[in-house]
Design a protein around this ligand. Structure first.
Ligand SMILES: CC(C)(COP(=O)(O)OP(=O)(O)OC[C@H]1O[C@@H](n2cnc3c(N)ncnc32)[C@H](O)[C@@H]1OP(=O)(O)O)[C@@H](O)C(=O)NCCC(=O)NCCS
Length: 235
C-alpha cells in the first residue's frame, strides 16, 4: 500500500476517465485482467461503448483494489450480495469497504475503513416525474427554490441518495423517499423518516463540467476540502 493510500483520515476517492476509443492493445490488456464472469457480462452489452465502459471500469476497480490487498488485479475474486453489491472473496479481507460507480465517460471508486457508497452521474435534463416519485417534500422544495439549474440541483440530491443506498448495499431496493437531504451551502443534513441522522457522512462535488459525484461513508468526519480525490490518467 502506498503511503498516500492510508485510510486513517477517511475515504479515498479515485476517478478515471474511461478511454473513448480504446486501441486494440488497450482492449486486449484490459480483457486479460477480467474474470470469466466479467467477460460474460461484457459480451452481453449491445452497444460497443457500454461494453468498453464496463470493461475499463472493472479493470480500474481491480487496479485500485490491488493497491490495498496482496494480489494482482487479475487474481482478485469477487462475490456479490443478494442486491448485486460486489465484495472481495479472494483475498478475503475485513479492513476496508469499497464501491464503484460509472456514468458516461467517468468511473469512480471509493475505499474506506468503514462502509462506503459512491455515485457519479452525468448531469442531463431531468424528468419532473422522477423527482416527484423519489424525492421528499423538502427535496422538491430545494429543486423549486435553489438558484442552481434544475438538473444540477436534481443530480446533487439524486447522487446523495444513491451513494447512501449503495453504502447500505441494498441499491434501489430501498425506498428513496424515506431519506431526505437538505443542502445548505456546503452542509449536507440527512434525515431518515423525518429524523436527523448523523452516523453517516456525505460529500457532494462536481467532477469535470457536467458530472456530479457524491460519497457516503461511516467513520472519520471530514471537511469537504479534506476529502482526497485522486485522478488517474492511465491504468
Ligand atoms: C446498485 C445500483 C444502485 C446501481 O446504480 P447505477 O447508478 O445504475 O450504477 P453505478 O454505476 O452507480 O453503480 C454500479 C456499480 O455499483 C456496484 N453495485 C452493484 N450493486 C450494488 C448494490 N446493491 N449496492 C452497492 N453497489 C452496488 C457494482 O460495482 C456496479 O458496477 P458494475 O455493475 O460495473 O460492477 C442499482 O443498480 C441497484 O439498485 N441495483 C440493485 C438491484 C437489485 O436489487 N438486484 C438484485 C438482483 S442482483
Amino acid at each position: 500500500m502506498k503511503k498516500s493510500d492510508s485510510l486513517k483520515n477517511g475515504p479515498l476517492i479515485f476517478v478515471f476517465r474511461l478511454p473513448p476509443r480504446p486501441s486494440g492493445d488497450e482492449l486486449m490488456n484490459a480483457w486479460s485482467i477480467l474474470s470469466d464472469k466479467e467477460k460474460t457480462r461484457a459480451t452481453q452489452f449491445k452497444r460497443e461503448t457500454d461494453k468498453n465502459r464496463f470493461i475499463f471500469s472493472r479493470v480500474f476497480l481491480r487496479k485500485i483494489l490491488s493497491r490495498f490487498v496482496k494480489g494482482l488485479p487479475a487474481g482478485l475474486v469477487f462475490g456479490n450480495n443478494k442486491y448485486g453489491r460486489p465484495f472481495l472473496i479472494k483475498p478475503r479481507q475485513n479492513n476496508f469497504d469499497f464501491n464503484l460507480s460509472h456514468s458516461g465517460e467517468w468511473a469512480a471508486v471509493a475505499i474506506n475503513a468503514g462502509q462506503v457508497g459512491i455515485d457519479i452521474e452525468k448531469i442531463a435534463p431531468t424528468d419532473q416525474l422522477v423527482a416527484q416519485n423519489y424525492f421528499s417534500a423538502e427535496e422538491l422544495d430545494y429543486l423549486r427554490w435553489s438558484k442552481k439549474r434544475k438538473p444540477e440541483a436534481f443530480y446533487e440530491i439524486w447522487t446523495l441518495k444513491e451513494s447512501l443506498v449503495k453504502a447500505m448495499g441494498q441499491g434501489l431496493s430501498r425506498s428513496l423517499k424515506q431519506f431526505s437531504f437538505k443542502i445548505i451551502g456546503k452542509q449536507i443534513i440527512f434525515k431518515n423518516n423525518g429524523r436527523t441522522v448523523s452516523s453517516w457522512n456525505f460529500t457532494s462535488r462536481r467532477l469535470a463540467k457536467n458530472y456530479q459525484l457524491a460519497v457516503c461513508w461511516k467513520g472519520s468526519r471530514l471537511q469537504n476540502k479534506d476529502l482526497k480525490v485522486a485522478m488517474l490518467t492511465k491504468l
